[in-house]
Write a protein that binds this ligand. Structure first.
Ligand SMILES: Nc1ncnc2c1ncn2[C@@H]1O[C@H](COP(=O)(O)OP(=O)(O)OP(=O)(O)O)[C@@H](O)[C@H]1O
Length: 254
């Protein structure tokens, strides 16, 4: 098998600002208090992913999962180390990122698909499959600014899964949809995995990670604390109670 993602000694530094207004900054500086603080959102992270692996990326809020996904997607660059990927990348990082609120669902499908690297001909060919999956009914010709957050997410996910990608990144993609849509998404993610696409799936839900993934990475304050077997990873991160109702329900249906 060939390498799909190689992350070597990656670090990413961010700056926290303690104050918003110029007045607050001036007062803090006069009192010799710090006005900013830089910290490592990712700290010397290294791992390799083979083509076709499905990685569950877990960790507490703020541990660096989305930052890592953005680096893999190439929309953000590391301050140190390197990220190399092979092939076309698709997926959802911020649900519906790239949608224009004043354009209709139909228009946004073409816009978003182009951002994800699809040609107009390819989008035309897949248009019906995308709209069937999103199931927006008669909202297709309404501006997406009028959509509910669930509809917005459904359209974004429907477009992303119809890109012929080698790597699929899903950042909490299933957290906003309703239960029937989540079930449909899980089935689609499984289908994508079985077709040999590398999956990077960020989730706090142990059940869905078990269903989709064959390996777990756990980030702890930007450090890769665990890399290995799914059950051991879930145990490590202590999310094993599966208390989230939707995840349990999902488990019984897919
Ligand atoms: N552009 C940014 N500028 C400054 N700080 C940032 C920026 N993006 C993220 N951070 C900070 O970096 C840390 C890691 O954020 P990140 O979104 O990667 O965490 P996460 O594990 O995805 O969290 P969650 O589970 O809440 O989605 C957090 O402390 C966050 O506040």
């Amino acid at each position: 098998m060939s390498d799909s993602i190689i992350v070597e000694n990656v670090s990413k530094r961010f700056t926290k600002h303690y104050h918003r207004t110029l007045k607050q900054v001036t007062v803090a500086m006069a009192r010799r208090q710090p006005v900013t603080n830089t910290f490592l959102a990712l700290d010397d992270v290294s791992f390799r992913v083979q083509q076709g692996e499905a990685i569950g990326l877990m960790g507490l809020n703020g541990s660096g999962k989305s930052t890592l996904l953005k680096l893999v997607q190439g929309v953000m660059h590391p301050d140190a180390g390197s990220v190399r990927t092979r092939g076309r990348i698709s997926g959802l990082i911020a649900t519906g990122a790239g949608f224009h609120p004043q354009l209709t669902g139909r228009e946004n499908i073409y816009l978003n698909a182009a951002i994800l690297g699809m040609s107009e001909a390819e989008t035309k060919r897949k248009f019906d499959a995308i709209t069937d999956f999103a199931a927006l009914d008669d909202f297709l010709d309404s501006p997406v600014g009028h959509y509910s957050s669930g509809m917005y997410a459904r359209l974004g996910f429907a477009i992303a899964i119809h890109v012929d990608a080698d790597i699929f990144l899903a950042d909490e993609a299933l957290s906003v949809g309703d239960k029937p849509f989540k079930v449909k998404c899980m089935a689609k993610l499984k289908e994508i995995r079985e077709s040999g696409v590398t999956i990077f799936y960020v989730s706090h839900a142990a059940g869905s990670v078990r269903r989709i993934c064959n390996r777990v990475l756990v980030l702890e304050k930007g450090v890769l604390g665990f890399d290995g077997d799914v059950d051991a990873g879930i145990k490590y991160v202590k999310y094993d109670d599966d208390s989230e109702g939707t995840d349990d329900e999902l488990g019984s249906e897919v």
